[in-house]
Ligand binder design. Structure first.
Ligand SMILES: O=C(O)CCC(=O)C(=O)O
Length: 278
């Protein structure tokens, strides 16, 4: 690792500027990132911000995540993908929902405006646009994710680099499959082939447990993985990905191309097989 300690990079307690202690219910995200936080992001590609959202904001995000999950599954709507439960053979559970912002004004507001946008502009060094909105549900029995860099999923066709804000909805623990991040120095390119998982052994993955309202920012070259959830509690996270506005707004084209190549379950053609790669 470089000069930034693992504790700083992977998140100590929330850092509030002096004199703001009275603002008990203000999330850390209500201020701007400190110079140290921007430097940590620049030097490692990762920044963990504990308590980013206030208790009230977090409660709203939890309720909205439930609303997105409960919305009817319709062709042409938000993109719902299921997986086989690892705990109950034969049972299908929702793995993730993508492209929900156009259908949920509250989620759209949080994803495109407000604290996340202000932080992303500071961390990326310019105004940003939302590239992709996704909720990873990881219900009991939900599978883990093999090690990969997000950029390896064909994203270079859209922009040279992205930053994802992983917003924690339920406690994410070592036992229910929290995010694990490579503890290597910052990488600025692909370290494997596109669409191919990385061998985990060499990556030095570090588990980063988080609480509801915490945010992990990480760029699209940070290798990461997570384990299956074999516990009885769900582990939902918002996975919101951004690129610099100067590099174009690719969200619609990305989802149109994804819908065609890897359609949500309700739009799949019978008899055709679709394989999730990274
Ligand atoms: O939700 C997780 O555990 C990790 C998700 C992930 O790596 C991804 O969606 O690319």
């Amino acid at each position: 690792m470089n000069a930034v300690s693992r504790r700083d990079r992977l998140g100590g307690p929330p850092v509030r500027p002096a004199g703001t202690e009275a603002a008990v219910d203000a999330g850390v995200g209500s201020r701007l990132p400190t110079a140290d936080e921007v430097a940590t992001m620049r030097s490692t590609g990762t920044l963990v911000v504990r308590g980013f959202f206030s208790a009230a904001e977090t409660a709203a995000l939890i309720a909205w995540t439930g609303e997105v999950a409960a919305a009817p599954e319709v062709a042409g709507g938000q993109m719902v993908y299921h997986e086989d439960s690892l705990l109950e053979p034969g049972r299908r559970v929702v793995q993730r929902i993508e492209d929900f912002c156009p259908h949920h004004p509250g989620m759209d507001e949080v994803s495109r405006r407000g604290a996340l946008s202000r932080w992303l502009a500071a961390l990326m060094g310019g105004e940003t646009v939302l590239f992709k909105d996704k909720i990873n549900f990881k219900y009991p029995g939900g599978a883990g994710f093999a090690a990969h860099q997000d950029q390896a999923a064909g994203w270079t066709a859209y922009a040279p680099v992205f930053v994802t804000a992983l917003v924690t909805i339920d406690p994410a623990t070592i036992s229910n499959g929290c995010l694990e991040i490579a503890a290597a120095p910052r990488v600025r390119g692909l370290i494997g082939a596109e669409w191919t998982p990385l061998p985990e052994e060499a990556l030095g993955l570090v588990a980063v447990p988080t609480e509801p309202g915490d945010v992990i920012f990480f760029d699209s070259f940070v290798a990461h993985a997570s384990k299956a959830n074999l516990t009885a509690s769900q582990r939902r996270v918002l996975y919101l990905t951004y690129n610099l506005a100067a590099e174009g707004d690719h969200r619609r084209r990305y989802f149109e191309e994804k819908r065609a190549a890897f359609p949500p379950d309700i739009e799949r053609r019978p008899g055709e097989s679709y394989v999730f790669r990274v």
